[in-house]
Design a protein around this ligand. Structure first.
Ligand SMILES: Nc1ncnc2c1ncn2[C@@H]1O[C@H](COP(=O)(O)OP(=O)(O)O)[C@@H](O)[C@H]1O
Ligand SMILES: [Mg+2]
Length: 302
């Protein structure tokens, strides 16, 4: 399967720093791909390069195999994006706005296509009302409708859920799903992990312009290799710590703490019991996704 988008060592120098630093990843057809990172991580700069709003310092961007620096027009014909606030005429209806953009488009866009897109973003009921009466969520959907009019295979949205309430975010996720069912790949950026978790199939974490981690949301949510944090409530923490020293045990607030896989707990328990340690309780806690995100971005700071 050929990726819809491929970044190869993409780099952007701004001032004395690399705002985007040697970034490489691919986005596949039909997936919702998340670009996750704290403010200033380089998400917008990356997106602005992909859509050709700013030049690159180094690297390449391929859209369906076409290098955008070799054939910009062909590459961009497959891309739809909302980077800045999409320009809309508030005193015209949503439909009139779409009609206007259709007329300006490089490709021929029929009225049937406009109606199809309106349906896809579920704006049928309000499409003939003036845009100034729209909620933020509705404006966002009109922006998406506008961005996909020319049937791109990649839709890019920079922080699309900014300002949306939880219900708005859920609705947004649902209609992004509808788009991907038709094979469109979607790339969204956000600084909020919980939103990415709700919306994406895969997430790339970036920090100071660099790729820190890339994984599916499932891989992200499941128990990591290092395992769960296990607490042994014991009568003699020092003795217990010596018995499990090889397993990397630590004493935290007078209790024994080990980072391990769940399947190792019985053997550790046995070692402690045989060593004469009394155990009053064992608790284990999987790291939450939020914990891991913080851990990953902290590691990136070093
Ligand atoms: N025009 C500019 N000149 C110098 N530095 C910039 C400019 N635009 C952005 N930056 C810097 O580039 C980095 C990445 O910014 P940005 O891509 O906007 O991050 P994000 O979208 O992830 O919040 C930040 O450190 C920001 O300060
Ligand atoms: Mg940004």
């Amino acid at each position: 399967m050929e990726p819809v988008l491929e970044l190869k060592n993409l780099t952007k120098r701004l001032g004395n720093n690399n705002a985007v630093d040697d970034l490489s990843f691919t986005v596949n057809p039909g997936e919702v791909f998340g670009l996750l990172g704290p403010n200033g991580a380089g998400k917008t700069t990356t997106i602005r390069m992909i859509v050709g709003l700013i030049s690159k310092t180094k690297g390449d961007v391929l859209i369906n195999g076409t290098n955008m620096y070799e054939d910009f027009k062909k590459a961009m014909s497959d891309v739809g994006a909302i980077v800045e606030n999409p320009e809309m005429y508030k005193f015209l209806s949503g439909y009139q706005n779409l009609l206007h953009f259709a007329r300006m488009s490089q490709t021929e866009i029929s009225k049937e296509r406009i109606n199809e897109v309106v349906k896809q973003v579920e704006l049928e009921e309000s499409i003939h009302k003036k845009v100034k009466t729209y909620s933020l969520g509705m404006r966002q959907r009109l922006g998406v409708a506008q961005a996909i009019l020319h049937r791109p295979s990649l839709l890019i949205l920079d922080e699309p859920t900014n300002g949306l309430d939880p219900q708005g975010i859920r609705d947004f996720r649902d209609y992004l799903r509808n788009l991907t069912k038709e094979g469109i790949a979607v790339m969204v950026s956000s600084h909020l992990l919980s939103e990415m978790q709700q919306m994406c199939d895969r997430v790339a974490i970036i920090q100071e312009g660099k790729l820190i981690n890339i994984s599916t949301i499932d891989e992200f949510s499941n128990e990591p290799n290092e395992g769960t944090l296990v607490h042994f409530e014991v009568d003699d923490a020092e003795k217990a710590q010596n018995l499990l020293a090889e397993q990397g045990s630590k004493i935290v607030k007078g209790q024994l703490q080990v980072m391990t896989k769940k399947e190792n707990i019985p053997a550790m328990n046995e070692t402690l019991v045989q060593g004469g340690v009394k155990i009053y309780g064992i608790t284990s806690k999987n790291q939450s996704l939020e914990d891991k995100f913080l851990q990953i971005t902290k590691a990136g700071e070093k």
